[in-house]
Design a protein around this ligand. Sequence first.
Ligand SMILES: [Zn+2]
Ligand SMILES: [Zn+2]
Length: 184
Amino acid sequence: MSAMSAMSADARDRILRVADLIDRPGVSRRVDLAVPASADLELDMATLEGDIRLTGVLESVVDGILLRGTLVAELQMACARCLADLEQVVAADVVELFSTPSEDSDDIDPGYEIVDTTIDLDTLTRDALVPAVPYRPLCAEDCKGLCVQCGTNRNETECSCEDSIVDARWAALEKLQLGDCDTP
Ligand SMILES: [Zn+2]
Ligand SMILES: [Zn+2]
């Protein structure tokens, strides 16, 4: 157990004892866990707030232990248009099989092994959370964003520069259309 005691407290909290489910197909147990993310978890433009909540069922099956559930995490992000801080709660369904490594099966995904009657939830939480991060979160559907000219947050203050660009474009377009009409 020396390897276990050398781990950080967070790493220990990601490890789940499953001795009660090994080789007992049909037996299941509900889980409701707060899983701390590992320090090296990197999310695209997002910071995890607090622990990852994992609720679901652990079921003993012939091939190992099946975890079926939902993972919920609170992320701190920035609006893609105006850069305001915003909180995003993301949820992801998970269905993963943890198996006991044996000599004739080297097809177990790394991170999904049953080791010493325990399973480590680190890989599972990463695999589920990383793709769940919103690509372009918005503080509001109708967020007006920052003015590309002067940087003003257009949700808070009106500025006139962007309108003049749009006007100029319209004028150019109108000229073009008129030109088309004139050609016989
Ligand atoms: Zn915004
Ligand atoms: Zn402006």
